[in-house]
Design a protein around this ligand. Structure first.
Ligand code: C5P
Length: 209
């Protein structure tokens, strides 16, 4: 399919990354985890000792971002996620990333992008939009299990608090807040395992005109 875009949005730890990657593999589309862009900017800014609340300075970091840094696996950690949600509030950061994401979305072979504002701001014309959610409790339980499996000592209450704080920051900001596009299909994964969630997402893609 030519220039076919699948936009996947939702809060942290709802399963959207896993679903997006599986969809990309299944349909042979390219995949972009857009959270990595914000994570990389937060990381670079923190390393340079810059003020994360300075929108102009963060915009400059974003404009100079080299997409090659996205391969750094350590960006997926909790600290980088926290830094990401702080720099993501700035319009100058978001606008610096828009063209790169739109270019990716229009790849001739099809693309899956996941993030917070893909269906609402980056690709409002996407052929498929899915908003992936799950209750905060379920997301915190999954995140805790993931971290424990990696040998970290974390407790559920702390993770739940982090999940809620991140939801609030992402949904409450003025620039491109986290919300479902009016025409997005809702996929609540609270009661689904990853296989069922993936199959439900495939049905949504296959039902698109
Ligand atoms: O999805 P991930 O957890 O990697 O995103 C980290 C943070 O980056 C989010 O909490 C959000 O603040 C920001 N983000 C965003 N827009 C996107 C993707 C991520 O604002 N499209």
């Amino acid at each position: 399919r030519m220039g076919f875009t699948v936009a996947i949005d939702g809060p942290a730890a709802a399963g959207k990354g896993t679903i997006a990657k599986r969809l990309a593999d299944h349909y042979g589309f390219a995949y972009l985890d857009t959270g990595l862009l914000y994570r990389a900017i937060g990381r670079v800014a923190a390393e340079r000792g810059l003020d994360l609340d300075d929108g102009e300075a963060m915009g400059a970091v974003a404009r100079a971002l080299d997409p090659a840094v996205l391969d750094d696996g350590s960006l997926r950690g909790r600290e980088a996620g926290e830094l990401a949600s702080r720099v993501a509030v700035h319009p100058a950061v978001r606008s610096a990333l828009t063209e790169f994401q739109r270019g990716f979305a229009r790849r001739p072979g099809g693309a899956v992008l996941d993030g917070r504002d893909i269906g609402t701001v980056i690709c409002p014309e996407a052929e498929v939009k899915i908003f992936v959610t799950a209750s905060a409790e379920v997301r915190a339980r999954r995140r805790t299990a993931e971290l424990v499996a990696k040998g970290r000592s974390v407790d559920y209450a702390t993770i739940l608090q982090e999940v809620r704080a991140r939801d609030e920051r992402d949904s409450g900001r003025a620039a491109a807040p986290l919300k479902a596009a009016p025409d997005a299909a809702l996929l609540d994964t609270s009661e689904l395992d990853i296989e069922d969630a993936f199959r439900a997402a495939c049905r949504i893609v296959d039902a698109s005109p």
